[in-house]
Design a protein around this ligand. Structure first.
Ligand code: AMP
Ligand code: MN
Ligand code: MN
Length: 313
């Protein structure tokens, strides 16, 4: 593990920087990588973003979104630094294999164990974008509107637009600086939270699968293959059930293809990162996820059992 100023030094010394983030990318993953790309280019460096996954359409408002490269498994890329953001290095798909460079990992996941020497993890940061905000200060790269839009979106999406427990005064101060640089908060929320009619309709169907369990302390929506593939995105679905009175843990299970399900959990206090880790995933105390290599019914049973047990402890 290193200090943030050491990370700034490493980046200052580099000429060519490949930047990546986790697969199944969210607003913080895309926001922090693009903010770094803009900032490093501004500092006169060669910088580009590689993400080994499809990109969600609701993030396409970000400046630089269309420059993101989806790499091929057969590509060979060399760079001075591979900057891995918003995840440990185990969740970046083929990027880990095809890029030959020294790794610099900057993250805010408490489950990141710092496998590489040059790792900086601040689990108190609401978003990786918040760490990037501090990093750019150390590197003396001033915010411009592009960087600010990317950072604001990263912080906003990881804090549920500044309402989750991870929102600190430090988060709001960084967001305030982004507004000073010209960000319009309504434009970011209108674009990222926009959903097609079909998706809203699918959300209704998804909400109809709701089950309360663990004596009403947990609620889940369980999307089989058919329902999962009907939804263009499931972004925000879980937020509709985490508000239920008496519910500590909310869970969304989705099954994109046979034998592979993704679980997302949100809590008001219980450590869901621990539950996610027991499935081989990770995350934060109040928001975590994992991929289960199980058929839908079995995955559903496994998730309900694990959450019920955690709530008994
Ligand atoms: P999600 O439910 O996918 O929105 O994820 C909630 C939080 O847990 C996010 O901060 C994710 O980055 C993190 N997370 C999700 N899946 C994993 C995983 N397999 N390993 C580590 N962290 C994860
Ligand atoms: Mn993320
Ligand atoms: Mn994040």
């Amino acid at each position: 593990m290193i200090e943030l100023k050491e990370a700034a030094k490493i980046l200052k010394a580099a000429k060519k920087i490949a930047i990546t983030a986790h697969t199944n990318p969210d607003g913080d993953a895309i926001g922090s990588t693009l903010a770094m790309m803009h900032a490093l280019k501004k500092a006169g460096k060669e910088a580009f973003v590689l993400i080994d996954d499809e990109l969600p359409r609701h993030l396409s408002c970000l400046p630089g979104f269309n420059e993101i490269i989806r790499p091929n498994e057969t590509d060979k890329i060399t760079a001075d630094i591979l900057l891995v953001l918003d995840t440990a290095t185990d969740r970046i798909g083929c990027v880990e294999k095809i890029v030959s460079a020294k790794i610099l990992n900057i993250d805010h996941h408490v489950t990141n164990k710092g496998e590489h020497e040059a790792t900086y993890v601040d689990a108190t940061a609401a978003a990786t974008a918040e760490i990037v905000f501090d990093l750019l200060k150390l590197m003396e790269v001033p915010l411009d509107i592009d960087i600010a839009n990317c950072l604001y979106l990263g912080m906003a999406t990881d804090t549920g637009f500044f309402k989750y427990a991870n929102t600190k005064s430090r988060t709001l101060k960084a967001a305030a600086d982004c507004l000073e640089a010209g960000v319009r908060p309504n434009e970011i929320s209108e674009f990222t939270e926009q959903k097609s009619f079909e998706t809203v309709h699918t959300m209704v169907l998804a909400l109809n699968t709701i089950e309360l369990f663990a004596n009403g302390r947990a609620a889940g929506i369980f999307l089989d293959e058919e329902l999962t593939n009907k939804a263009e995105t499931t972004e925000g679905f879980i937020d509709q059930i985490r508000i239920i009175e008496g519910v500590d843990i909310a869970v969304l299970l989705k099954c994109k293809k046979a034998g592979e399900c993704r679980v997302s959990m949100r809590s008001k206090g219980k450590d869901v990162a621990k539950i996610a880790e027991s499935f081989g995933g990770g995350g934060h105390v109040r928001a975590a996820g994992a991929t289960l290599k199980l058929p839908f019914d079995e995955a559903k049973r496994t998730v309900i059992d694990a959450i019920t047990k955690a709530l008994e402890d």
